[in-house]
Write a protein that binds this ligand. Structure first.
Ligand SMILES: O=C(O)[C@H](O)[C@@H](O)[C@H](O)[C@H](O)COP(=O)(O)O
Length: 286
């Protein structure tokens, strides 16, 4: 049973029996909440769906663009994907990996989202090195602003011919997003200028509320050009952000509230994070 939260809480609804289907209030605004028992079950469930989706697109001969997230749940999902028995049998040569944000630290720092993703999954995949689109690191020649611009330029090289639904960047098949206790996504934090940027693909972030202080982030237009936005959040400290995101809070103060895919927006959560969501609106994925 899935539940759909349309763009306003008044339209909250769910249907008792179906495991699929949705209130089509506005294709891009509905959110679905899928709950797992705990963080490990959540990571396994999301990884299974991730591998399903990649395998389906590869079988169709499609080039696939995946945007990864940092954070503990981002890494947990990738480790679970690495453990999926189907992963080794997929032809990854047409799959490209991007990042929603990156910390401005040296390339070999354990804080790098890229380094964590490589260790969790990417370095075990048979795919061309050029398919891994990492953001620059602080020990290279570029400064923070130039590095953000360079990433926007790289994204532009993979923009689709038909840009009717996206800007000069690829429309990701899946955009993974972790969600902070304050509702931040990528490195777009509440009540800051970066969440309001609409005229470029990336932003240099300074004085980040979450260490380290300097980061590069995709902006909201790029995230919302994704076909699917999958937010993954676990733990009681996320319950408030989830509740606000589902209750129609402004994305300016709760960035997660404004993340939406063109085809699907799913919040994958565990029981602890779902504590403030009315039980009638929860789908139990276990
Ligand atoms: O670089 C980062 O720190 C992440 O991209 C950040 O957006 C993260 O996803 C959230 O802070 C949630 O992190 P957790 O999953 O660890 O709570």
């Amino acid at each position: 049973m899935c539940c759909t939260v349309a763009s306003s809480p008044r339209a909250w609804s769910c249907w008792p029996a179906a495991r699929t289907g949705a209130i089509v209030a506005d294709a891009g605004t509905e959110k679905r909440v899928v709950i797992s028992d705990d963080a490990q079950a959540l990571a396994t469930s999301v990884a299974r769906r991730f591998i399903d989706r990649v395998a389906k697109q590869v079988d169709r001969g499609k080039t696939v663009h995946i945007c990864l997230t940092g954070g503990s749940m981002g890494g947990a999902v990738l480790r679970a994907a690495a453990a999926d028995p189907r992963t080794g049998g997929i032809d990854w040569s047409g799959v490209h990996f991007w990042w929603g944000d990156e910390r401005w630290v040296p390339r070999d720092s354990d804080e790098r989202n890229e380094r964590q993703a490589r260790a969790a999954l990417l370095d075990g995949l048979d795919l061309p090195a050029e398919n891994i689109h990492a953001m620059a690191s602080s020990d290279e020649t570029l400064d923070l602003d130039a590095a953000a611009t360079a990433y926007a330029d790289e994204l532009a090289q993979f923009a689709p011919a038909d840009r009717s639904e996206t800007g000069p960047w690829p429309g990701f098949d899946i955009c993974f997003l972790g969600v902070g206790p304050d509702g931040h996504i990528a490195s777009l934090f509440p009540d800051r200028r970066e969440i309001q940027i609409t005229d470029r693909a990336t932003a240099a972030v300074r004085d980040s509320p979450k260490p380290p202080p300097e980061r590069i982030s995709l902006t909201r237009p790029v995230i919302n050009s994704s076909k699917r936005v999958w937010m993954v959040l676990a733990g009681a400290d996320k319950a408030s952000a989830l509740g606000l995101a589902l209750a129609g809070a402004s994305y300016l103060s709760v960035p997660a509230a404004g993340a939406k895919g063109r085809k699907r927006t799913i919040l994958f959560v565990d029981e602890a994070a779902a504590a403030q969501v009315p039980p009638t609106l929860i789908d139990r994925d276990y």
